[in-house]
Design a protein around this ligand. Structure first.
Ligand code: KG4
Ligand code: ZN
Length: 332
């Protein structure tokens, strides 16, 4: 069974080949063009996907040493994501499946982030909890089986990745600022400044309050010392990161307590954050959790996770018709 998978939901064009459950290639073309605009520009993203998709797919097939006519199915991200970006991957996948006369498999991008844990061993045992944290989502997912997932907590406003990126913007750092906050935080004191943790009920999150708190904090400090940010960048980043990580873990702890589940995973772009990885590992030791953290390349958007999700669907004969269109707000 050889699956070619395509991911194009946001600003990464990616293709991967999975053969009998083994990943043979995973090619990712990032779009650096958005940096100068301080965020992803949808129109530019779809144009860049259009330019990248053919070379990326060809490269994935070459790297895997699998010819097109040996493919068993073509998988693509149906949603959630940017419509124009999703359309490029969906159209390409449909055309390829049609031309080769093989099945088409649609994949939910958020399910795929969770299933990235099955690309390599050890994988979490079912049922497990997955904290999925990206630029567009913040969810606590109860995973009963590969394709049976329930969102039991989520953000009511900004995603945590957005909170990282918007905080970075306030610090005059380029987009995407999350990884830069992470880098500066390594040399800073995480208790130098305090920001509110917020008080959302239950397992839900809210990240809009902290963004405002940081805005006022910086306005205050720079009014008396214009060089405040540059002089204290490490401490500021460490404090912001510490607050966001604490917010994430408070609800994850509560979810584990309420469900009695101690198999705990993280996924999505923000799971690349070293502060989160360290804090979660420590918490896991303290609370007797089995913690699963994906390799860096499977945290941010990639087609390997799409291929892995597609494998589970292929095994169940869950194929997609040529009529489907992308779903920018696709639910779990
Ligand atoms: O999953 P992803 O690649 O794309 C989406 O589906 O959104 O996540 C991208 C997000 C961005 O907000 C980016 O700043 C954040 O993940 N991110 C990080 C780190 N690496 C990526 N945030 C904090 N620390 C990092 N090391
Ligand atoms: Zn993603």
């Amino acid at each position: 069974m050889n699956i070619l998978a395509i991911e194009s939901s946001c600003d990464e064009t990616s293709a991967a080949v999975l053969s009998n459950g083994q990943l043979l290639s995973n090619v990712i073309a990032a779009q650096l063009i958005h940096e100068q605009y301080g965020g992803v520009v949808p129109e530019l993203a779809s144009r860049a996907h259009q330019q990248h998709i053919l070379p990326v797919v060809e490269r994935a097939l070459t790297d895997a040493n699998i010819p097109k006519n040996a493919l068993s199915a073509v998988a693509f991200t149906r949603g959630p994501g940017l419509l124009g970006s999703l359309l490029v991957g969906a159209s390409f996948a449909k055309a390829l499946a049609l031309g080769l006369n093989i099945p088409l498999i649609e994949v939910n991008h958020m399910q795929a982030h969770v299933l990235a844990h099955f690309i390599e061993n050890p994988a979490p045992a079912f049922p497990f909890l997955c904290l999925t944290v990206s630029g567009g989502h913040t969810q606590i997912v109860l995973v009963r089986s590969p394709l049976d997932m329930e969102v039991i907590g989520q953000t009511q406003d900004d995603a945590v990745g957005e909170a990282f990126d918007k905080s970075a913007k306030l610090l005059n750092l380029p987009y995407p600022g999350g990884p830069l906050i992470d880098r500066y935080a390594k040399d800073g004191n995480s208790l130098a400044y305090r920001f509110p943790l917020g008080e959302m009920p239950g397992l839900d999150y809210s990240f809009s309050g902290i963004k405002t708190a940081i805005l006022y904090f910086l306005r205050d400090r720079t009014s008396t010392n214009p060089a405040f940010i540059s002089e204290n960048i490490a401490d500021i980043c460490a404090s912001i990161q510490h607050t966001l990580v604490q917010m994430l873990l408070i609800k994850l702890k509560r979810a584990s307590r309420e469900t009695g589940i101690k198999e705990i995973a993280i996924a999505g772009g923000v799971s690349a954050n070293s502060g989160l990885r360290t804090a979660l590992t420590q918490l896991g030791t303290e609370l007797g959790w089995n913690v699963y953290i994906p390799r860096f390349e499977y945290c941010t958007d990639n087609a390997a996770m799409i291929a892995k999700a597609a494998q589970f669907k292929f095994e169940q004969g869950d194929f997609t018709s040529q009529e489907v269109s992308p779903l920018p707000r696709m639910a779990m």
